[in-house]
Design a protein around this ligand. Structure first.
Ligand code: SAH
Ligand code: F3S
Length: 456
C-alpha cells in the first residue's frame, strides 16, 4: 500500500487533526512513511494564523515539488488545514504540482480523495466545503502504533470553530462557527483512551469556554464546559485533565470553582491575554478589560496556589502607542506568567484589524517584541530557578526529546522534567525532587526517584 508522510505546522489542534488523519489512513490500509524522502504521499497540514506560517508551508511545498517531480513524479502532494481552507484552488493555481487541497471540515475525506487520485479517477481535488457534523469526525487515535512510542497523554478535540471574531484573527474564517461534540461522545473517547494506557487528556478547542453553549447550555450555575469536565473527571484511569484554550471573557466562577473540587484538573491554565491596554483590548474585540483579567488570574491563584499560568501576547497591533505597549509590559511584570508566547502582529486577509489605521512599522514591532521577550524570559527563568529543591509530581511520558537516554515527564503545572529512569517508569505518576533548572526544562533527582519507587 502507498505510504504517507504528514508534516504539521501550527497549533495543537493541527497536531491532533494530523494524528486523526494518519490513523484514518492507516485504518484504510495506507502505511505511514518515516520520512518525506520515501513517502508516496506528502501532506502539509497548514497554519494561517500569521503570514510567516503560511510562507513556511508554501516554501516547503515548492521545494518538495521541485525535488519529487524530478526523481519521483508519481508522488502525490497535498495541502490540508487552515491555509487549504482559506486559499483553496488558488494553491493549485500557484503551485501546479499540488494534487490535493483538503479544508478544515474535510479531514476525514482524505483517504477517499487519495484513493481517487491513485486510481486516476480524478486528477486534482479541492475539497473545502462546510460539512454538517464534521466536529465529530476527529476521533481516531494512533495509539500503541509499533512505530511510535507509547503515548500516555492524548489530545481530545471537543469542538471546532470560534464565534468570537477577534479583529486580528483568521481562525473564525478558516475553522468556521462553533460546533461542539456531545459529552457522551467525548467521554466514550476518553474511556477508550484510558483502556489503551492514556492517563492524561487535554481537551482541545479554539474557545473551550464556549463549549456546548448552544447545544446543551447551563445546568443551574454550571456551564456546559464544566459539565463536560465533570464527566471526563469520572472516567477511571484518566488521572490528569487539562484544556486549551479558554477565553478570559467566558471564564466563569463555575470553572474556577471546578479547580477547587476536581483534583484531576491540573493546576495549569493557558489564558491568552493579548494586550495589557484596555484601549487595544477593545480594538481587538476581546470582550474583557485588564482589570477583569487580573481578577481572574488572582482568583485562580487563590484557588490553586502555584498554578502555572501561560498566555499569548500580540505586539504591534494597529494603533498600539508606546503607552499601550508599556501597559502590556507592566501587565507581564505584574502577573509573572509561567510561560508566554509572544506574537508579532501579522495582518490577515479579510480581518477587520488589517484595515485599521495606524499599522505599526515592522522595525518598531521587532523592537517591542525584543523588549517584552527579555522581560518575560527573565521572569520565567526566575520562576524555574525557584522550583529547585521542591518535590513535584510528574507523569512520565517517555524518552527525553533532547537526550533519549533519559526520560521526561511533565509536572501538573505543565513544566518538563528530565531525569534518569528506566522504561518501566513510562506511564507512572512519580514524585521527583528538582535539582537543577535549565531554560524551559527542569532536571529531577534520580536518588529521590529511586527512593520513592522502592518505598511505594
Ligand atoms: N483561541 C485560539 C487562538 C488561536 S491563534 C487558541 O488559543 O486556541 C493563537 C494565538 O496566535 C492567539 O492567541 C494570538 O496571540 C496569536 N495570533 C492570532 N492572530 C494573530 C495575528 N494576526 N498576528 C499575530 N498573532 C496572532
Ligand atoms: Fe481567534 Fe479570538 Fe477565536 S483569537 S480563535 S477569534 S477567541
Amino acid at each position: 500500500m502507498p505510504s504517507v508522510f504528514i508534516k504539521t505546522y501550527g497549533c495543537q489542534m493541527n497536531e491532533r487533526d494530523s494524528e486523526a488523519v494518519a490513523a484514518q489512513l492507516v485504518a484504510k490500509g495506507y502505511a505511514l512513511a518515516q520520512s518525506e524522502k520515501t513517502a508516496d504521499v506528502i501532506l502539509l497540514n497548514t497554519c494561517s494564523v500569521r503570514d510567516m506560517a503560511e510562507q513556511k508551508a508554501l516554501g516547503k511545498m515548492s521545494s518538495l515539488a521541485a525535488e519529487t517531480r524530478k526523481r519521483r513524479p508519481e508522488v502525490i502532494l497535498g495541502f490540508m488545514g487552515c491555509m487549504a481552507q482559506s486559499r483553496g484552488r488558488e494553491l493549485i493555481d500557484r503551485l501546479p504540482d499540488v494534487d490535493l487541497v483538503v479544508g478544515t471540515q474535510k479531514f476525514h475525506r482524505t483517504a477517499e480523495h487519495l484513493d481517487a487520485l491513485f486510481s486516476g479517477k480524478q486528477d486534482k481535488i479541492v475539497d473545502i466545503d462546510a460539512e454538517v457534523g464534521s466536529e465529530s469526525t476527529i476521533r481516531e487515535h494512533l495509539l500503541n502504533d509499533p512505530g511510535a512510542s507509547l503515548s500516555v497523554t492524548a489530545f481530545v478535540s471537543i469542538m471546532q470553530g470560534c464565534n468570537q471574531h477577534c479583529t486580528f484573527c483568521i481562525v473564525p474564517s478558516t475553522r468556521g462557527g462553533e460546533r461542539s461534540r456531545a459529552i457522551d461522545d467525548i467521554v466514550a473517547e476518553c474511556r477508550t483512551l484510558a483502556s489503551r494506557g492514556v492517563r492524561e487528556v487535554t481537551l482541545l478547542g479554539q474557545i473551550v469556554t464556549s463549549y456546548g453553549k448552544r447545544e446543551m447550555g447551563r445546568q443551574g450555575d454550571v456551564s456546559a464546559f464544566v459539565q463536560l469536565i465533570e464527566a471526563v473527571h469520572a472516567v477511571d484511569g484518566i488521572d490528569r485533565i487539562r484544556f486549551t484554550s479558554p477565553h478570559p471573557k467566558g471564564y466563569g466562577d463555575d470553572l474556577i470553582e471546578a479547580y477547587a473540587r476536581l483534583p484531576k484538573l491540573c493546576e495549569s491554565a493557558h489564558l491568552p491575554v493579548q494586550s495589557g491596554s484596555d484601549r487595544i483590548l477593545k480594538l481587538m474585540h476581546r470582550g474583557y478589560t485588564r482589570d477583569r483579567f487580573e481578577t481572574l488570574v488572582g482568583k485562580l491563584r487563590g484557588t490553586r496556589p502555584g498554578i502555572g499560568i501561560s498566555t499569548d501576547i500580540i505586539v504591534g497591533f494597529p494603533g498600539e502607542t508606546d503607552a499601550d505597549f508599556e501597559a502590556t509590559l507592566s501587565l507581564a511584570r505584574e502577573l509573572e506568567f509561567d510561560n508566554a508566547f509572544l506574537f508579532k502582529y501579522s495582518p490577515r486577509r479579510g480581518t477587520p484589524a488589517a484595515d485599521l489605521p495606524g499599522q505599526i512599522p515592522q522595525a518598531l514591532i521587532e523592537e517591542r517584541h525584543a523588549v517584552l521577550l527579555q522581560n518575560v524570559n527573565e521572569i520565567i527563568s526566575r520562576k524555574y530557578a525557584a522550583s529547585v529543591g521542591t518535590v513535584v509530581q510528574i507523569l512520565v511520558e517517555g524518552p527525553s526529546r533532547r537526550n533519549s537516554t533519559r526520560l521526561e515527564g511533565r509536572t501538573r503545572t505543565n513544566k518538563i522534567v528530565v531525569f534518569e529512569g528506566s522504561p518501566r517508569h513510562v506511564g507512572q505518576l512519580l514524585d521527583v525532587r528538582i535539582e537543577r533548572a535549565g531554560k524551559f526544562t527542569l532536571y529531577g533527582d534520580p536518588a529521590i526517584l529511586n527512593l520513592n519507587v522502592n518505598g511505594s
